[in-house]
Design a binder for this molecule. Structure first.
Ligand code: SDX
Length: 379
C-alpha cells in the first residue's frame, strides 16, 4: 500500500533557514529570533531585511532599505487603470492578485527568452523590495475605491505601517494604532511551509519569475482555510453580535458541524505562538478606541470554544477584530496579511531559487483500468 499523506500532513518537503515553527514549545523563530521579541522591538522594515538577508540590519542597511522602499510607494498609473477596469465590488484580494500580475509584466518586459525571466539573485532582491513597497498603496486603494475615494499620495516621512494607515485613511495615524499594525505585520510575515508559501515555492521551482510565484501565493492565501480566515472570523463576530449570544450561537454552529473560523491549525495543536502578542495589540486598541464589548465578545467565544472542543485560536482570530477597530473594511483584512507575508514569500522564493529542485510529487491513480475508445481500431 502506498503511504499517501493527504494534505501532505506531516511531510517534510525541504529544508529552510528562514523560520522555525516548533509546535512542542509553541514557538516561532525568524532566522533564530523569537517572533515575539521582534514584534516588541523592531520596525517592520527591519524584519523584512532579516527575512531576506538572514541578519537584522545595521543603521546604514535599515536606512538604505527605507530609502528604496519609499522610492517605490506610489500607485503606478498602469496598475490603477487595470484595477479601475474591475467592478467596484470586486474582492480586494482579486484586485491585488491582478495588480501584482501587472507589476510583474512591467518589471519583466523585454525578457523574450523564458530562460532569463527568472532573473539574477540581485534582481530578485530588488523585485522583492519593490513589491513590498507597492503593497500599502494597493491595500489602501482597494479600500478607498470601494468607498468612492481618490487615492492618497504616500508620505516620505512615515515608516511602512504608518504610511499604510495614512494612505488608507488620509489622516495622521495614532501611535497606538501604528504600533499595533507594526506588531501584526511582523507576526504575519513568515510561517515556514504554509499553503501560500509552498505555492510560491512550487511556482519558483519551475524557474518561473518571482511575480508569478507571488500571484499564485495570493490566490492560495485568499482561501478561508488559510489567510481568508481573518476576514471570515469577522463575519462570525458580526453573526454572533454580542457576548451574551455566544452560547446559543455555538450550540447551533457545532450541531451543524461548522468549522469555526480563526480556530485550529495544521501545525500548532496547543495554541498558536503568535496569538498572545496579537492579543496584547488588540487589548491596546480596545482601550484606545474605548470598545470593551469587542474584547468581551472575542474572549467569550474563545473561552467557550476552547472549553467545548479543545481547539485553540490561531493568529487570524485576534487579527480580525484588531483590523476592524483600526477602521479597515472586513474585505481589506486579507490584503493586509499580503502586505506582511510578501516578505516571507519573497524570502522563500529567493531561497528556493538558491538551491532549486523542481517540486513534482507523485500521485496514486485510482481511476478506471485501461480501456479503449469505442470504435477505435489500430492502424
Ligand atoms: C493560517 O499553515 C500555516 O502556517 C497557516 C498560517 C500562516 O501563518 O501561514 O498560520 C495562517 O492559515 C491560519 C489558519 C486559518 N484558518 C482557519 O482559521 C479556518 C478554521 N480552521 C480550520 O478549518 C482548521 O483548523 C485548519 C484548516 C486551520 C487546519 O486544518 P487541519 O490541520 O487539516 O485539521 P482538520 O481540518 O483535519 O481538523 C482536525 C479536527 C477535525 O475534527 P475530526 O474530524 O477529527 O473530529 O479538528 C476539527 C476538525 O473538524 N477542527 C475544527 C476546527 N479546526 C479543526 N472544528 C471546528 N472548527 C475549527 N476551526
Amino acid at each position: 500500500m502506498t503511504d499517501i499523506r493527504k494534505g501532505l500532513v506531516g511531510v517534510v518537503a525541504d529544508e529552510t533557514a528562514i523560520s522555525k515553527v516548533n509546535p512542542e514549545t509553541n514557538s516561532l523563530l525568524y532566522r533564530g529570533y523569537p517572533v515575539q521579541q521582534l514584534a516588541d522591538t523592531q520596525p517592520f522594515e527591519a524584519v523584512a531585511h532579516l527575512l531576506w538577508h538572514g541578519e537584522l540590519p545595521d543603521d546604514a542597511e535599515l536606512a538604505a532599505l527605507r530609502a528604496a522602499e519609499r522610492a517605490h510607494r506610489a500607485l503606478a498609473p498602469e496598475v490603477r487603470a487595470v484595477i479601475d477596469a474591475q467592478p467596484v465590488s470586486a474582492h480586494p484580494m482579486d484586485e491585488l492578485r491582478t495588480a501584482v500580475s501587472v507589476l510583474g509584466a512591467a518589471a519583466t518586459a523585454g525578457t523574450d527568452n523564458v530562460l532569463e525571466a527568472v532573473g539574477t539573485p540581485e534582481q530578485n532582491v530588488e523585485r522583492s523590495v519593490r513589491l513590498f513597497a507597492a503593497l500599502p498603496a494597493l491595500v489602501a486603494y482597494g479600500q478607498r475605491r470601494r468607498r468612492g475615494l481618490e487615492p492618497v499620495e504616500p508620505r516620505d516621512d512615515l515608516d511602512y505601517p504608518a504610511n499604510l494607515l495614512w494612505m488608507t485613511f488620509g489622516e495622521e495615524p495614532h501611535g497606538t494604532v501604528v504600533d499595533a499594525l507594526n506588531r501584526s505585520l511582523t507576526l504575519y510575515a513568515e510561517h515556514s511551509f504554509n499553503a501560500s508559501t509552498f505555492t510560491a515555492r512550487v511556482i519558483a521551482s519551475t524557474l518561473s519569475d518571482l511575480y508569478s510565484a507571488v500571484v499564485g501565493a495570493i490566490g492560495a492565501l485568499k482561501g478561508p482555510l488559510h489567510g481568508g480566515a481573518n476576514e471570515a472570523v469577522m463575519h462570525v463576530f458580526d453573526e454572533i453580535g454580542d457576548a451574551s449570544r455566544v452560547g446559543p450561537w455555538l450550540d447551533e454552529a457545532l450541531a451543524e458541524k461548522r468549522k469555526i473560523m480563526g480556530f485550529g491549525h495544521r501545525v500548532y495543536k496547543r495554541g498558536d505562538s503568535r496569538v498572545p502578542t496579537m492579543k496584547r495589540a488588540l487589548d491596546a486598541l480596545v482601550e484606545h478606541y474605548g470598545r470593551p464589548e469587542v474584547a468581551e465578545l472575542t474572549e467569550t467565544l474563545e473561552r467557550e470554544f476552547v472549553d467545548r472542543k479543545g481547539i485553540y485560536p490561531n493568529l487570524d482570530y485576534p487579527s480580525g477584530p484588531a483590523y476592524s477597530l483600526m477602521g479597515f473594511d472586513t474585505v481589506t483584512f486579507t490584503p493586509l496579511f499580503v502586505a506582511a507575508r510578501v516578505t516571507g514569500w519573497t524570502a522563500h522564493i529567493l531561497e528556493q531559487q538558491g538551491s532549486n529542485a523542481l517540486i513534482r510529487p507523485l500521485s496514486e491513480y485510482v481511476g478506471p483500468e485501461e480501456r479503449h475508445v469505442p470504435g477505435y481500431t489500430p492502424d
